[in-house]
Design a protein around this ligand. Structure first.
Ligand SMILES: [Zn+2]
Length: 261
């Protein structure tokens, strides 16, 4: 499957596709923020009903339109009037922009871009879950593995893509596991291996080539997130830093490099 379209040759078509992609991004953000919220609270993430955190009233379909419902209700619950934090709205707008940016940079609808979009949704979900609970749920990691297995099936060089990914994941897992064990021994504390598992899953997509950019961005952002967590006296969450680094590294591959000469 490769539905290439001349994004920059036909601006009207390009703008239309980018707007539609933004809307899809906002819808998926609404779904995944709700899923992460339910997973952290051990609620039924599939069949459960969304409700107001303050009054507990079940939300109707009209209350659940991404971005639009929040603006129409002026950030308040329709039933009790309590203020609703803008967090979900912010992530709906961010994922909408990231979706649109991903497609605009890639310039074609193919297996790679669909895998990247799916990855962006799952990384938002697991980052929110990690930020709220300090745990990266294994269900999100399993979903990332499913996306990778499906992506491999659509790759023209299926075998080398799969082998490169597995080697990169094994290398990253080994290095990060050793570092985590050493830190655990020095601090004499039980370490969380969630970030190691997450890095291994993401290396399947990044390969060794994408690892350098991702590692540099992840270390810088990891320090920033660790300082923020320390200043707020909360547990350190590394999933957001690793997730942003992975997406940035995947998008960097699509930025055209000017050829001199
Ligand atoms: Zn309410």
């Amino acid at each position: 499957m490769n539905l290439s379209y001349p994004l920059f040759e036909m601006p009207a078509v390009g703008i239309y596709i980018v707007i539609v992609t933004f809307i899809f991004g906002a819808i998926f953000a609404s779904f995944i923020t709700c899923t992460a919220w339910r997973v952290v609270r051990h609620e039924d993430w599939m069949m459960g009903h969304s409700h107001c955190d303050t009054c507990g009233h079940e939300l109707s379909t009209a209350d659940l339109f991404p971005v639009i419902s929040y603006i129409a209700l002026k950030g308040k619950c329709r039933y009790c009037g309590s203020k609703v934090p803008p967090r979900d709205l912010i992530f709906e707008i961010i994922l909408g922009c990231v979706f649109a940016g991903t497609l605009a940079l890639h310039g074609a609808i193919d297996a790679v871009v669909l895998a990247t979009l799916a990855l962006e949704v799952l990384l938002l979900g697991l980052s929110l879950a990690d930020w709220d609970s300090g745990v990266i749920p294994d269900g999100f990691l399993a979903a990332i593995l499913v996306v990778w297995i499906m992506t491999v099936g659509f790759m023209p060089d299926m075998q080398s893509y799969a082998v490169e990914g597995v080697i990169a994941a094994a290398c990253a897992g080994l290095i990060m596991a050793v570092v985590t064990v050493i830190i655990g021994k020095i601090k004499k504390t039980k370490m969380n291996y969630g970030p190691v598992k997450l890095a291994m899953c993401l290396m399947l997509f990044l390969h060794i080539r994408g690892a350098c950019a991702a590692a540099v961005i992840a270390v810088v952002l990891g320090i920033v997130f660790a300082l923020v967590c320390k200043s707020k006296k909360r547990q350190i969450s590394l999933a957001p830093a690793i997730s942003i680094a992975c997406i940035a590294a995947l998008l960097l591959k699509d930025i055209p490099v000017p050829v001199i000469g």
